[in-house]
Design a binder for this molecule. Structure first.
Ligand SMILES: [Zn+2]
Length: 74
């Protein structure tokens, strides 16, 4: 049953490659694109100026002034 073992091995290797590729994609796509509060897309200009911004300007202002626009339900 060497053939079957080979086949299983190949499937395992395939799967591993897929997982590695997936992990790489995750790392590349880690930047937040949507506001964590309202879910709208953060404008590209803002993302360029503040690559780690996780809120749109409106929500960031609200967050900093202590009055978030949306209450998160948890
Ligand atoms: Zn927002």
């Amino acid at each position: 049953m060497a053939d079957e073992a080979d086949h299983a091995q190949r499937i395992a290797e395939d799967e591993r490659e897929r997982l590695v590729g997936f992990a790489r994609g995750q790392l590349q796509g880690r930047r937040v694109r949507d506001c964590v509060d309202c879910g709208r897309a953060i404008p590209a200009a803002r993302r360029e100026a503040l690559p780690h911004a996780s809120r749109c300007i409106d929500c960031q202002e609200g967050f900093e002034s202590g009055t978030p626009r949306l209450r998160r339900s948890g």
